[in-house]
Design a protein around this ligand. Structure first.
Ligand code: FAD
Length: 503
């Protein structure tokens, strides 16, 4: 970085993506940069996005946010897992819990011993009892820090449910206190440099101009810079992730204050339930080719617990991603970069990883093409592997409706087909270094969606049968004992981070 004038970074849009970027830049680009964020209250934000994955804690920690204060400000709750109901077939349910399942033994992952134990009737055929988070979530319990029996039990990772609008507000206070300038106004045009084609300035209503050296497109589905101005194409993944609409409606706080998200499949998609401190978030995700908006809205309201607050709002989308997330001097983050639907709560995480990727590859005043290529390569890899994990939920099903039959029959991406073939043989799961979802994440969805392998690793046969039975029941007992000592989720929140308490 040369020259004395600060490098001007302009963030277009102030939803979750915009304020996450602004807060991070304020924290990590303390000197030599001038950060401006432009947003329009009249346009507003998408207003959904309430569930996260454990990596969000790294983001909050990097900013130095106090966890209790953050939960108070966002009316947040803890999330240990996602419960999938009716996904395999009506009446089925399983959890995808964060953290380990069982414990690896020597060379082999736990699942190899579990597969043998199940085949011999020495273990339960579901993974739930062998995962600490799973047992705790089902019991409505929560604890921070390492479990008491830490030597034998794995750590207990957790994430949050929160009100995304309040989260953006929390980050806005943080960013503004550290020098980010906020400009209120509607962006009407993106002025480009005649020679380089780079974005040069945002033209706002009333003719004001916000000039910059580097731009972050956080304008949500509008994608004003990366899409409209620069024409970065879009890879449409509807043939793999066929839902193209959502409707959301909050309801009064449910009695069942679960530390997990519930996802319930229906005849043409699924419905979410996310308990926050002050209300429950609900939404339905569906394929418009199989369900009309009116039918979806009626289905959503019928399955909402408590009293619905307002009418459901339709949100159309096309699953997929930008072909280039960094083009010229514009980087897309959040919904402007793409959307893969909220099934595994990955969107906010992908904002976080885009920020971290950009901070690592940040150029001086002028980027070289290699910077962009590397950013785009890493982004593509991350998005495609997450996409494959989501497709698995849809593809591996035994439901009878036309929507689900079509999902079963779809042609799969090569990497996913290879992953399934590997699992189907002897229960092997491999993960490349930068993949988001871990082996145990894949394991729980494979098993939960009814996909069992033909065999297991031969080394698992070396252990005497009685020892195997004892090992399986010991894990179950340790988990149950640990969870029995944890406080209830609602009590835990009341004690540490209830929104009504003033700091
Ligand atoms: P937005 O929130 O839409 O913000 C766009 C910003 O751009 C706004 O400030 C707007 O005012 C501004 N803007 C737009 N046009 C202009 C203009 N012309 N001039 C000035 N300003 C402008 N993610 C999760 O991680 N977990 C979830 O559970 C989850 N659930 C979801 C459910 C649904 C149905 C959908 C659609 C998304 C969900 N997401 C979820 C994704 C999550 O909502 C988004 O990733 C997140 O909110 C970021 O959105 P954003 O900031 O990109 O866009």
């Amino acid at each position: 970085m040369t020259g004395s004038a600060p490098i001007r970074i302009v963030i277009a849009g102030g939803g979750t993506a915009g304020w996450m970027a602004a807060a991070s830049f304020a924290r990590f680009l303390e000197s030599g940069f001038d950060i401006t964020l432009v947003e329009s209250d009249a346009i507003g934000t998408v207003g959904v996005g309430e569930a996260t994955i454990p990596q969000i804690r790294l983001f909050n920690d990097a900013l130095g946010l106090d966890e209790d204060a953050f939960l108070r400000a966002t009316h947040g709750t803890y999330k240990l897992a996602i419960e999938f109901v009716d996904w395999l077939r009506p009446g089925s349910r399983y959890m995808h819990a964060f953290g380990d399942v069982g414990r690896d033994v020597g060379l082999l992952p736990f699942q190899q011993y579990w597969l043998r134990a199940v085949a011999e009737g020495r273990a339960r055929p579901e993974l739930a009892p062998y995962s600490l988070n799973n047992v705790a979530a089902l019991a409505g319990k929560m604890q921070r820090g390492r479990p008491r029996t830490a030597q034998v039990l794995p750590d207990m990772p957790y994430a949050f449910h929160f009100d995304a609008t309040l989260y953006a507000r929390h980050l806005r206070s943080y960013a503004e206190a550290r020098g980010v300038r906020r400009v209120e106004g509607r962006i009407e045009q993106v002025r480009r440099d005649g020679e380089s084609g780079d974005a040069a300035a945002l033209t706002l209503d009333g003719g004001r101009e916000i000039a910059g050296d580097f731009f972050i497109d956080c304008t949500g589905f509008h994608a004003l810079l990366i899409g409209e101005a620069l024409g970065a194409g879009y890879d449409d993944w509807t043939h793999w992730l066929p839902c193209d609409r959502a409707q959301a409606v909050p309801s009064s706080r449910a009695e069942d204050f679960t530390p997990y998200t519930r996802s319930t499949a229906h005849r043409a998609g699924w419905q979410w339930r996310i308990p926050l401190q002050h209300r429950t978030g609900n939404g339905i995700v569906y394929s418009s080719a199989h369900l009309s908006d009116d039918e979806a809205s009626a289905m959503l309201l019928q399955n909402v617990e408590g009293e619905a607050q307002g009418d459901p709002r339709v949100i159309p989308f096309t699953t997929g991603k930008r072909r280039e997330m960094w083009k010229h001097n514009v980087v897309a983050m959040g919904l402007s970069a793409g959307f893969m639907e909220p099934l595994e709560s990955t969107s906010i995480h992908m904002i976080q990883s885009a920020i971290s990727r950009l901070l690592k590859l940040l150029p001086g005043r002028t980027a070289v093409q290699a910077d962009r290529d590397e950013f785009n390569r890493q982004s593509d890899f991350e998005w495609e592997r997450i996409r494959d994990f989501l497709i698995l939920h849809y593809h591996a099903n035994e439901r009878e409706e036309p929507f689900w039959q079509a999902c079963r029959e779809m042609a799969l991406p090569d990497a996913l087909a290879a992953k399934i073939a590997l699992w189907r043989g002897s229960g092997h799961i491999t993960r490349e270094h930068e993949e988001l979802f871990t082996e145990v994440g894949w394991l729980q969805v494979f098993v939960g969606q009814g996909m069992m392998p033909r065999g297991h690793h031969p080394i698992a046969d070396a252990i005497p049968g009685d020892d195997l039975s004892e090992y399986m029941s010991m894990i179950e007992q340790l988990n149950a004992r640990e969870v029995a000592q944890m406080p209830g989720h609602a009590d835990f929140i009341a004690q540490h981070c209830a929104a009504r308490q003033k700091t």
